[in-house]
Design a protein around this ligand. Sequence first.
Ligand code: AMP
Ligand code: MG
Length: 403
Amino acid sequence: MGEPMLSLEEARERILAAVKPAAPKSLPLQEALGLRAAEILYAQVDLPPFDNSSMDGYAVRAADLAEARAERPVTLRVTEKIPAGGEAGASLEPGACARIFTGARLPPGADAVVMQEDVKTDAAQPGVAAFCETPRPWENIRFRGEDVKRMARLTHIGTTLAAPRLGLLAAQGFQDVRVYPRPVLGMIATGDELREGGGSLMPGQIYESNRVALGALAERAGAKPKIFPLAPDELPATKTALERAFAECDAVVTTGGVSVGEMDFVKAAFAELGGQIDFWRIAIKPGKPFAFGQWNGKLLFGLPGNPVSAFVTFYLLVCPAVKIMLGAKSAELPRVTRVLAEPLANEGERRHFMRVRVDAKEVRLAGPQASHRLASLANATGLVDVPPKTTLPAGTEVEVLYW
Ligand code: AMP
Ligand code: MG
């Protein structure tokens, strides 16, 4: 055939050498979940911004209550009421206390808050509160800056913005954050035999499934899939489909039409658009010919049409690229180690990424492994890389790449 036969690692390296993180973009915090920060953010304020009460209760001078005992309560005058969001109030005079609520500013002079459950009041004697115990100094007080000091670092470049960190940024008054935005991946399926679901099939036709399956993998990886209409096996139509997808997306994924058959137009159409194409065979099963190209800084991933081949090559080669676009330093896919419950046999000459089902303890085959077998793919949760001409016996510890 003439196309170079690459190892999976070589193919991955070539792809990753061409991939760059997406141009950073400022997004509202609500839209940044799971993305990576593309800026270093520092705390703009101390958190808490002022000393405040952690309880509903009474702000006191602890020294006033040094003699307070259950048998001999000490009474203090209640001189003010400080709600959350209100003024800190006047300085507490000896013998006085302040009614205070959670999050309210501590009045000057106060050095403890006694929780309201421990304070006796009497409706007949408003303005007086009785205390039965000496508070510990600074009890129930949250200090300015004890949580976050102004100028503390809140994000690094590449910090993943999970829910709690988004909360921290919001608590610092940020509304937006610069992130590596989700790349938009255009999904094109080529093939005259393909039909959209919903309609009925004519003889020889099949329902198209790759755009949905790969779109879901893309979404899982953090990209935004964009589904384009079915493309027939014809040069001008394939060219138009690619042109449109490149205009609207950061990268384009095609399936089918990338072999060396006379009905395979993806490479030719891409070349006619002026794209630089690299065409390889990859020494793995499933996954035959694979086209990779660049056009005006955008990427083309031309995957094989067989649904299992498309899924596996997307997972092994496109998902890592998406990670890099999202600002990750490492393109490694998640792995777990598990014990084989049954043997995995690869009689072929290429590494076989076998579809397996992983549970808490074990790994077993997900079903028949041919590259058109969607039912076993649907049953699978990951892949095991079985070397050529090798049988891994039951009981072997294997690494599983899982989605
Ligand atoms: P191709 O790579 O175009 O030669 O297609 C290989 C096999 O995959 C053929 O049996 C196609 O009918 C099938 N196929 C191609 N594209 C899709 C698709 N998007 N959905 C389902 N099957 C497909
Ligand atoms: Mg085809």
